[in-house]
Design a protein around this ligand. Structure first.
Ligand SMILES: [Zn+2]
Length: 126
């Protein structure tokens, strides 16, 4: 199995993933700090509409945090694939992932075909 990516391409993807990871981490730290503020605010709300707003804000934070942690997991998995030499290879069909797709989304683990099949499955089972 040959990887279609050159060493310099892999190196630049790696640098991109590492900086993405750092960015995600600092965003999470910021969000955790902000949600601590939010919690304080929610303790000072008095009427029920303010309470509902605080609840909505809280849920949005939780959603955003879990999305960020998923993105971190994807970054780590992509870096792992770089270290093991499987980066750029679809985890489902072992074909090369399109370079244009990797450039748009360096954490992509699947080729476009498998990804859409995968998303189709998720939609069907939901
Ligand atoms: Zn595939």
């Amino acid at each position: 199995m040959t990887v279609g990516l050159t060493l310099s391409e892999v190196t630049s993807f790696k640098a991109e993933l590492v900086s993405l990871l750092e960015q995600l981490r600092s965003e999470i730290v910021e969000e955790v700090e902000r949600s601590a503020d939010l919690q304080q605010e929610s303790m000072t709300v008095h009427d029920s509409s303010e309470e509902a707003d605080a609840e909505v804000n809280f849920m949005l934070k939780v959603e955003s945090l879990s999305r960020h942690s998923e993105e971190i997991a994807e970054c780590l998995a992509a870096l792992e694939r770089i270290n093991q030499g499987g980066f750029g290879i679809c985890t489902d069909c072992d074909e090369e992932v399109e370079l244009s797709r990797l450039k748009a989304c360096p954490t992509a683990a699947r080729c476009i075909r498998c990804q859409s099949a995968h998303e189709g499955l998720i939609k069907k089972s939901a």
